[in-house]
Design a protein around this ligand. Sequence first.
Ligand code: NAI
Length: 727
Amino acid sequence: MANFAVTVDDAGIAVVVFDVPGRSMNTLTADVVRELGELVARLASDDAINGAVFTSGKSSGFCAGADLGELGGGFDGDAGGEAEKRALFDASYTLNKLFRSLEMCGKPVAAALNGLALGGGLELALACHYRVVADGAKIQLGLPEAKVGLLPGAGGTQRLPRLVGAMKALPLLLEGKSLSPQEALALGVVHEVVPVERVVAVAKEWIAAKGDAVAPWDKKDFKIPGGGPYTPATTQVFVMGNAMVRKQSFGNYPAQLNIMKCVYEGLQVPIDAALRIESRYFARTAGTPQARGMIRTLFLSMDQLGKGASRPQGFAKSDAKQVAVLGAGMMGAGIAYVQAMSGIETVLIDTTQEGADKGKEYSRKLTDKAVKRGKMTQEKAEALLALIHPTTDYGLIAGSDLVVEAVFEDRGLKADVTRRAEAELAENSVFGSNTSTLPITGLAEVSVRPDKFIGIHFFSPVDRMGLVEIIVGAQTSQETVARAIDYVLKIRKTPIVVNDSRGFYTSRCFGTFVQEGLEMLVEGIAPAIIDNVGRATGMPRGPLEMNDDVALDLSYKVREQARKDLGDAYHGGPVDALIAKMVTELGRLGRKNGRGFYDYAPDGTKKLWPGLADLAPVTVTEADAALIEEIRTRLLYRQAVEAARCMAENVTTNPREADVGAILGWGFAPWTGGPISLIDGVGVGKFVTICDRLAERYGARFAPPQLLRDMAARGESFYGVAKAVAA
Ligand code: NAI
């Protein structure tokens, strides 16, 4: 066998070492599953074997679960039929039968988990009769399927609740949170926690001491811990659980709903029938556009981009050792911190020493907190802070591999600091601007080396936001793009690469969500309806709340700038008048001064500002199902059609980056897998028809770009085309 090595000792105990060749981590590939079948048959029939211990040959862990690459590989947006559901059922049920035959092989089987066991990896362990896990701070045990829109389909939804009860199992299944070895022991998910070098020996000792080869649920007197679904306590768990799932997911996530149903139904029947129920729900869940989109974007694409998939080929890998940050304000301070976290010598420049020191203070606050919480040692914190050099001296830029400019959003000022920094920079170092709105090609006009000038757009707060949008100006070289990506990967962020455009990609599309909410407001829809439905679409907040958070004066400035830049081509309308009045006459700037669309109390709570009704009289105070659906469609489709325009205009060059950028950058409803996955999931033709209707009713902002019409005529999907191009 290629993936398993079996040795049988004198006592007849087989040690099975799981080790998929050529991979850093074990996953349950089709090949592994086939060999596992042979292995289980041998365990059951070979009289020389008295029991077995499963362990892994990888130091990285035991097994990370199903191969999502295999599962997600076939997804190109046009599946969903009966044949596919059948195949998904078979994939799950094959594993369920296999793990069940291991559990029923008649001989004691132990899992010696020398590292992480996630998803199918933990499900395999749960089908063993005994579980020993290594003691290690980084070891995780869990069923994270729900995080990518799936449900555990190899017994996890049935064995875990039978082991620990529905009340304790449901949160783990619904949230996909993993457990440390100690937590798993306390819950009863594993039997022993021992030093890593002892896991196999301890598992063998259990077998030698006549380990029980019958699973608890196969014993006559078995009772589900806490009781079955019809006992009063567990009934409550499901009643409350359903309400909570509804509250958190707004019905957008089929995985969570199906996990509830699957556990509820499965616990009422014997385990064999329960596993069949699970496989049916698995197929029903994995075949949804939501699961397809989430697996692809949140798992596969994130992974690929995190490994540099968008990096231009043919340039030696660069390693930024010293980076200068211009401007020690909110963004510059955050950038300095993430750089120092990755060991980069950081020159942090501001106009006054006090300002620069204040920027470094931000890192001190974060490290102090981390030390207090036991997440960082004092030495590491000191070493990190020693890497940040606050100064006003541009001369210290010399020797930097890269500069990140984060001064005020002002063209003249940015031009000035560009000239001053370039005077100190070595020939081949890169200049990156963290501008959020000013086109890169324009900023590069003052540069003496525009081929090395690029946009490196961070998100706030920098230490928590995972995305960096790299903006390629008209003269930016491919080598500069490669070096900017190397830098972003070094600070452990996910890069997407976009071409220059007003608002680039993320701000441009995010702006449409807020704008659509404001359009509804001036149409007379009650603000509470707009924000409630906005949240129910799966966006982190409603459009009006979001606008308050971003700051209304910033909105006002961006609108004024666009009016200046675009001249007659700019259409302001009543929304602009509303924002102008809020900011310039009423001083309502948003959350930052406690007054925006909402009034903010000192304790952090907020209430809609009653005066808003005078500026935008309300005519729609109640929303029926049809209106809710219409608002939902407008909010999501307005963003998606903008994302499609970015694809049509070559601002984004592939669906993967557009989808990852949307979810990480502005919190686009994750259940969709991103705006491009949303379009593919609906079907391009149907999406165009809906947008045409919306454009007729609400305006040209919904008009689909020609690209979508052409794709619809050819029956294409974005991911289908991307796949064909790659092949
Ligand atoms: P900020 O106002 O907090 O910081 C700007 C800093 O630049 C101030 O500390 C200021 O003293 C300093 N500065 C001004 N002139 C300077 C000079 N000649 N040399 C060195 N430093 C100088 O502004 P913030 O929010 O950090 O924004 C900075 C840049 O980042 C802007 O271009 C902004 O558009 C962009 N950005 C902001 C985001 C945000 O959420 N605030 C998100 C992404 C980008």
